[in-house]
Design a protein around this ligand. Sequence first.
Ligand code: NDP
Ligand code: 2IT
Length: 447
Amino acid sequence: MALTNNYLKGVYETVLKRNPNEPEFQQAVLEVLESFEPVVEQRPELEEKGIIDRIVEPERMVMFRVPWVDDNGKVQVNRGFRVQYNSAIGPYKGGLRFHPSVCASVIKFLGFEQCFKNSLTGLPMGGGKGGSDFDPKGKSDAEIMRFCQSFITELQRHIGQFTDVPAGDIGVGGREIGYMYGQYKRLNNEAVGVLTGKGLSFGGSLARTEATGYGLCYYTKEMLAYKGTSFEGKTVVISGSGNVAIYAAQKATELGAKVVTMSDSAGFIYDPNGINLDVMKDIKEVRRARIKEYADLVPGSTYTAGARPWNTVCDIALPCATQNELDENDAKALIANGCKFVAEGANMPSTPEAVAQFQANGVFFGPAKAANAGGVATSGLEMSQNSLRLSWSFEEVDERLHDIMVNIFKCCVESAEKYGHKDNLVMGANIGGFEKIADAMLAQGIV
Ligand code: NDP
Ligand code: 2IT
């Protein structure tokens, strides 16, 4: 699909000119602008008030030096980022990613998508994202701590419980949030909910660890129900073996499906008997080892180096690793292997060509902004509990998460239908997330 509306075309040309050499960011913006075509045609005030011109431009972005000393006494320097994208509906909110591929383009694409995702949750959270090109792989625990302390020593001046509330993403989990929270508290002399994904003993929420993966399955459950079916007896292919992938595998299994693959950046494992999650968690969460070990430990499973899991017979695919991990050929392979449902746990894992393949071939496709919103939604619930100075039970948080995912699915279906694109969940998610932000921006004047 190409842009036809002149206003949107002009906005996109400016984005290309202002953000050259940023392919991920350009990709994320184009997909969203394509969805807005019917909306700007029906709502002329969006152009009159420059809403789209403003929504594509981050309110603020900081980039900073992160110096630290490794275990050999050598000085290392990384680059840190935080984009504070849009605060129309609440404080900036979004994760921190530590991965060597992190750059301005990646942080901006993630921050841009986060605005719409956060809006879809129904909670008052604006969009932000940050991170560093630091590579946590092979680093000692002491090195991770020193890096986190240095990173937050700079970032702390830009964030706050009512300003900007970071959380985890790739390479940032409970351990890293703990080190950053400790240093933030030391510098500010304040124990406040400035980060989410905290440990349970210092303000973390039950079910935040599970939330993105569980939420992804709750959303997928709604997609399946909408088409008159369920997880029961289905074969599921998952990529990744991090936080999102593990808890997606756990919930899909609980709901009666068989998960037959998981992966890391080096290769994937196939287990025809269904992934043994105790073994997987021990490898990934406890020992922080490579997924290859799974095949040595579980009889009947195999490891394929240097490949992704998409060429596997399945009913449902849940990409949960990283952006652009599923391309047009992968989509064709999934379709040929019988896949009928795809829901994105990672952010922007499917290329635009892959999404086009799914939509043209009757695969019901659930986009990341909607399908993986359970993580940030539960971060929002962690913020609520911190403000209340209360901790809800696992069941209470999980039930709220479930309700939020059901509502997001409904919002996607209704928003797509309202603008004449029935069952297009990409349009539904983009429009549904957008309209609330646009209304807030209209009410707040030109700021
Ligand atoms: P983790 O760091 O826990 O796990 C990341 C997983 O993805 C690992 O298995 C990793 O393999 C794999 N991976 C990372 N980069 C690549 C790459 N370039 N190529 C192939 N595999 C890769 O991160 P999360 O599980 O938290 O995040 C996964 C995805 O979900 C990301 O897109 C993230 O933005 C998104 N997400 C996360 C949320 C959260 O709450 N954590 C919420 C919503 C979305 P390896 O170990 O080999 O690098
Ligand atoms: O992409 C995402 O939504 C996240 N990494 C979670 C962000 C958050 O603030 O919990």
